[in-house]
Design a protein around this ligand. Structure first.
Ligand code: ZN
Length: 213
């Protein structure tokens, strides 16, 4: 088997590709120099949202937005490796301390349709990278209608009673999602986590979208 692997490796050596443009030229940490330059202009960090401490790796624009689309709807789960690393980088840069990792879950129906839960994948990768425990602490008990056309207040209403705790939680929780918009969904999850015993909740996302008017 090892011989086979060695032959395979010689025939098809692993060459990292840029996660944005796919080039194999001068790629380091998943990005080519040109795409890194663009992504660097989108770097975010701590971000304001009502009543929540939140941190995002990038603004939801340009290549950062395309990566999210390709990950969620293009079935490119492998992008989670890059995304989790970028998110962890943002957490370290903003001195975000945490004891365990949770995620904003999809409803089972949606998860079955998509085939995976994007935030679960990201949170498990972050847990693995940091050695902190991953807790499936939140359950989505109501399949909420799409929020894309709702404003902040409507989103808050939409999220009422959508989640419940699946277990007791302790310490500082890192709540992971792919994109943060108004923060209504994350806030509903944070409330559930705090009621379940969390000392504090910090939201970490790959991207932060501008709020809809
Ligand atoms: Zn590139």
């Amino acid at each position: 088997m090892r011989v086979f692997a060695a032959i395979w490796e010689a025939l098809f050596p692993y060459i990292p590709r840029c996660v944005v443009c796919g080039t194999e030229k001068d790629v380091s940490c998943y990005l080519c120099p040109t795409c890194k330059e663009e992504m660097d202009t989108l770097i975010m960090g701590l971000t304001d949202t009502t009543g929540l401490t939140a941190c995002a790796a990038y603004r939801y624009k340009g290549s950062a937005a395309r990566i999210v689309q390709s990950f969620k709807y293009g079935g490119n789960r492998w992008l989670s490796a890059f995304m989790a690393q970028a998110m962890l980088h943002a957490a370290v840069n903003t001195h975000t301390g945490f004891d365990c990792v949770c995620h904003v879950p999809l409803h089972n129906k949606k998860r079955r349709k998509r085939g995976f839960d994007q935030a679960e994948l990201l949170s498990k990768r972050i847990a693995a990278l940091t050695g902190k425990p991953y807790l499936p602490a939140i359950k989505r008990i109501r399949n909420t209608p799409s929020q894309t056309k709702l404003n902040a207040q409507e989103r808050k209403e939409n999220m009422r009673g959508a989640f419940e705790a699946a277990q007791i939680v302790k310490g500082r929780v890192l709540l992971v999602d792919d994109v943060l918009t108004t923060g209504a969904t994350a806030a509903a999850c944070a409330d559930v986590l705090k009621a379940a015993g969390a000392q504090s909740v910090t939201v970490l996302t790959f991207a932060r979208a501008e709020e809809k008017e």
